[in-house]
Design a protein around this ligand. Structure first.
Ligand SMILES: [Zn+2]
Length: 480
């Protein structure tokens, strides 16, 4: 009997504001613990929160980018819970009147397009970060993150497989990054996702109990966690143990590669929501929405289409480039300063991406100047350096930020293009490899490749390959 997986996602995104949601503390990531706090975000008695209007603007922008309806009036609510990550013992969030409702985005899985509906986007404050020490009997807490502004994007349960859910998060992340709403760094926790999963028989109308999974910090973990949970539930149902699938929250333990029960899932009434008395209703007019709409830059879908039309890149190339915003921007800047679109794409997706991966700099700003890369490409084109040497120069450029010409001059890497000089190397190689010469004349044309390799070795890769091949062919003819 066939089973069907139902997935809905809740995504928390830290907004790219300079200060917190209700006070003027900075939001810089990685500051010393508890250095970015004040009486307001620590929830001390007698303080009052003031809503940062930049938060409202970014939330509207997110709503527009995700095709939502923007609600011209919405309100903040108090969500009560008692846990050390919240010094006030409540979180200021939005409950029944969120800032945006009813949106949608399109995803593509294995060539098939599908629309995923968004239920709502609401504004809320982040909680502190607890650090549970393995070797110590106590935990540590960092309140720097308390009061960092968040939006929570709640999808409808429209996804039918972990793959679709991952694609949804990827698409969403890309839109939010391009629109400048968040830096979406999953490894720093600025984009966090929770998945709600349930299983039912194909054809069944009502939904079975759903399980919420938390604590997945990368796409790799996200898919692994969802696949594991999907399998766990299917097995329980298949063996008639379906009653063991209960509404609960499970934490993904990446070390052990499994989900672990945390707590039975609370219902809304457990939080005793009520309107936040310290913050007035949020009102704005259409003009504000329209002015924000004008500021939304080109989003990934439109960018993909333009890259295809303008630069004639393959779908795969476009996907990798656009999936990494700094990389896509670097690509366009190099083309603008004169690089040939197809050639520079090969360098960026090949050598540059490899170096970025090794140095774990993916998603960061590119440490090479656009004009230096263009210069390097020119040096290859004019034959001043070989493609092989260019790779070496490129790596040095990446590490030292030096200009290609100065690297080449310093290390004497210019290509040998003088015929006389090349001839000397060629004759020497021919003399040292009589067997290969004989093989060549005996009809084994691959001996030519071996001889070319020897010449490159002797010149440390600096021989001009075109010219070398011409002279070598001529010399071999003469030896016959
Ligand atoms: Zn503060």
């Amino acid at each position: 009997m066939a089973w069907e997986t139902i997935i809905g996602m809740e995504i928390h995104v830290e907004l790219a504001t300079k200060s917190k949601i209700f006070c003027s503390c900075p939001t810089t990531f990685g500051a010393p613990p508890n250095s970015q706090t004040c009486p307001v975000c620590l929830g001390l008695p007698g303080t009052l929160p003031v809503l940062n209007d930049e938060v409202v603007k970014l939330a509207i922008k997110a709503g527009l980018a995700l095709n939502c309806d923007i609600n011209l009036s919405s309100k903040m609510d108090r969500k009560n819970y008692f846990y050390p990550d919240s010094p006030k013992a409540y979180q200021i969030s939005q409950y029944d009147l969120p800032i945006c409702s009813g949106g949608r985005i399109e995803i593509e899985v294995e060539g098939k397009k599908k629309e995923i509906r968004i239920n709502r986007i609401h504004i809320e404050e982040d909680a502190g970060k607890l650090i549970h020490m393995v070797e110590e009997p106590h935990s540590l807490i960092d309140y720097n993150r308390v009061g960092v502004p968040l939006i929570e994007i709640v999808s409808e349960a429209d996804m039918r497989s972990p793959q679709e859910a991952v694609e949804y998060v990827k698409t969403l992340k890309s839109i939010l990054e391009y629109a400048g709403i968040s830096d979406c760094r999953m490894e720093q926790g600025s984009l966090r996702c929770d998945a709600n999963i349930s299983i039912r028989r194909v054809g069944q109308e009502e939904l079975n109990s759903k399980v919420e999974i938390k604590n997945m910090n990368s796409f790799k973990e996200l898919i692994k966690a969802m696949e594991k949970e999907e399998k766990r539930q299917r097995e329980l149902y298949s063996f008639g143990e379906g009653h063991k699938v209960i509404q609960e929250t499970r934490r993904w333990d990446s070390g052990k590669g499994r989900t672990v029960s945390m707590r039975t899932k609370e219902d809304a009434h457990d939080y005793r929501y009520f309107p936040e008395p310290d913050i007035p209703t949020i009102h704005f007019n259409r003009n504000l929405v329209e002015s924000i709409e004008k500021m939304i830059p080109e989003l990934p879908e439109a960018k993909k289409k333009r890259f295809k039309d303008f630069y004639q890149l393959t779908d795969k190339e476009i996907e990798i480039l656009i999936g990494d915003k700094p990389l896509a921007e670097f690509y366009e800047r190099t083309v603008k300063v004169g690089a040939e679109p197809k050639i520079v794409a090969n360098w960026i997706l090949g050598d540059l991406l490899k170096l970025l991966k090794v140095e774990e700099l993916q998603g960061s700003e590119i440490p090479i100047k656009e004009k230096d890369l263009v210069e390097l490409l020119k040096l290859i084109e004019t034959g001043e350096i070989s493609g092989k040497i260019a790779k070496e120069v490129f790596e040095t450029m990446f590490k030292t930020r030096e200009e290609p010409k100065s690297i080449i001059a310093k290390r004497g890497l210019t290509q040998i293009s003088g015929e006389e000089q090349l001839e000397r190397y060629i004759l020497e190689v021919l003399e040292n490899n009589p067997q290969s010469v004989e093989d060549y004349h005996g009809g084994k044309k691959q001996a030519m490749g071996y001889l070319m390799g020897q010449i490159m070795k002797a010149t440390q890769g600096q021989a001009n390959p075109q010219l070398t091949k011409e002279i070598l062919t001529m010399k071999l003819q003469n030896l016959k």
